[in-house]
Write a protein that binds this ligand. Structure first.
Ligand code: MG
Length: 258
């Protein structure tokens, strides 16, 4: 009898464990890094790459924002595109630049308007630090918050930045905004004290400071990690139940988590 009870208890425990594992696996944690470009052929940071990430059903799609000489916001990773410096060139000239798929260099306005045609995939807006000084980085932060308001995409946008002052500026301008810090040099305690949404650090930072994962989770911060393209590294972070994984391989991560 005792034995039968023990077996029943073990069976129920294993069922609970299995259902927990299934629940954990179902959560969509996939953030496409610069959109879904690697397996689709779309250029990085193009509206086409965003649309592919949306079609895949990613939780979020990340993109990078710079400001032209005349304060128009454009999407690109580097500070230059095809040899043209974004920050010192007027928007009229930048708008003539074509990406490899024929798309014009997207403005933030066009990008957000494309993204808001749906409600499932979040728009993860990285505010790039200016090469021309802190004042310009903060002006860019302000312009981004204004554009998000103008396009009525506040409920869809999360902000990220390597510049901690930029993160704090966004929170000051929109206290309900979800803002995560990228640079990896602040403890969960500091980030929580400043009211940010979470940590979004390079995978090596978490490997070096593994205790930060639990600490952040206890403080109610979200955890995002970049840029994880390798299956075994994805598994390492999934086992630690991070909230999001930013990847150039959204198809692979969707396949193993859904
Ligand atoms: Mg980025």
């Amino acid at each position: 009898m005792k034995r039968a009870l023990l077996f029943t208890a073990l069976f129920l425990t294993s069922l609970t464990f299995q259902s927990m594992t299934v629940t954990k696996k179902k959560a969509n944690k996939v953030i496409a890094h610069r959109g879904a470009w690697k397996n689709t052929g779309a250029p990085q940071n193009s509206i086409a790459a965003l649309e592919h990430a949306i079609k895949l059903g990613c939780y979020g799609s990340e993109f990078d924002v710079h400001m032209s000489a005349d304060s128009v916001l454009v999407i690109n990773h580097d500070h230059t595109i095809q040899g043209v410096a974004l920050e010192t060139t007027p928007a009229a000239q930048l708008s003539a630049i074509k990406l490899s798929n024929g798309e014009s260099l997207p403005t933030l306005e066009a990008y957000l308007n494309a993204g808001k045609k749906q409600k499932r995939t979040r728009l993860v807006l990285e505010i790039k630090a200016s090469q021309l000084g802190k004042e310009r980085s903060l002006a860019l932060a302000q312009k981004c918050v204004e554009m998000v308001r103008k396009t009525k995409t506040r409920s869809l946008v999360d902000y990220i930045s390597f510049d901690y002052d930029v993160c704090k500026k966004v929170k000051e301008l929109d206290p309900s905004a979800q803002v995560a810090y990228l640079n990896g040099d602040k403890t969960p305690e500091q980030v929580a004290a400043d009211g940010l949404y979470g940590l979004d650090y390079h995978h090596t930072v978490y490997k070096k400071n593994e205790n930060w994962i639990k600490e952040a989770q206890q403080k109610g911060l979200t955890l995002n990690v970049w840029t994880v393209n390798d299956r075994s590294l994805m598994d390492w972070f999934l086992e630690r139940n991070v909230d999001f994984i930013t990847t150039d391989q959204p198809e692979l991560l969707l396949e193993i988590t859904q």
